[in-house]
Design a protein around this ligand. Structure first.
Ligand code: HPA
Length: 253
């Protein structure tokens, strides 16, 4: 059966070992190649497709990801719901490493990325509504699954999308905090907006990998991030199984 649900895995989740893989498919799109082949399989009894956002071997930095090709390829095969998994830094006090967070708002600080499908051969200019950047219903499914599994999760927060690939300065994080942001990552945009342009439901499950710059003493190391993500991603895998098992076939629009 063709999957209508996709999981886009980020840092710490370049493969989904809970997925019973049926086949892989390389795609090309009018926008170029997606980050990785599409991995088709079965998760909790449902057809699911997995895409590794940073590439199979984690070689694509956030600003070089072909977000348009990724979303286009998923949409073309029939995906209508996207669960995005992403590592973030924690800005808010209660966003400690290992915590899961389900953003309901975002602020976009990225630049120079291809952020729309609506720019070539236009018959009219299109402005999508983006008041609520995440799908409320899909978010609630993730939140409900986290509650059922007793996971340490934050159900409302604002995601700051920064350009990367460098981490932020302490002053930049203080500015993000003044802007009302609670977590910070580098891949949430334009992914969320492109999904909306294609009328796909989109929700994010963020895993706090580190305290954001200046929020804990000392430098942030990749070793620290990777260590925290191992435990966090195990929780995410359990969450995904639970959430996916509750998805009805009716939610394909
Ligand atoms: N900032 C931006 N992106 C991130 C961070 C961070 O501190 N940690 C993991 N992804």
């Amino acid at each position: 059966m063709t999957p209508t649900v996709a999981i886009v895995g980020g840092t710490g989740l370049t493969a989904l070992d809970t997925l019973k893989i049926t086949h892989r498919e390389s795609q090309s799109t009018p926008y170029g190649e997606p980050s990785s082949p599409l991995i088709y399989g079965d998760l909790a009894g449902r057809a699911v497709v997995f895409l590794a956002r940073h590439g199979t071997h984690h070689t694509l930095p956030p600003h070089q990801i072909n977000y348009r090709a990724n979303l286009w390829a998923l949409h073309r095969i029939g995906v209508r719901q996207v669960i995005a998994v992403a590592a973030v830094g924690g800005i808010r006090e209660d966003m400690a490493p290992g915590v899961l967070a389900f953003p309901d708002q975002l602020v976009d600080y990225t630049w120079g990325r291809h952020g729309t499908f609506f720019e070539d051969n236009l018959s009219h200019v299109t402005h999508i509504d983006f008041t609520e950047p995440y799908c409320g219903e899909l978010r609630m499914r993730l939140i409900r699954a986290a509650r059922e599994l007793n996971l340490d999760a934050r159900e409302s927060c604002t995601y700051a999308a920064t350009q990367g690939p460098r981490l932020e300065t302490a002053a930049e994080v203080r500015k993000l905090e003044r802007d009302g942001c609670d977590i910070v990552g580098m891949t949430g945009m334009p992914e969320a907006a492109l999904a909306r342009e294609l009328e796909m439901r989109y929700a994010a499950c963020a895993v706090v990998a580190n305290r954001a710059a200046g929020k804990a003493p000392g430098a942030i190391t990749m070793a620290e991030i990777e260590r925290n993500l191992v435990a966090g991603m195990n929780q995410v895998k359990a969450l995904l199984e639970r959430a996916i098992s509750t998805l009805g076939e009716a939610h394909s629009s």
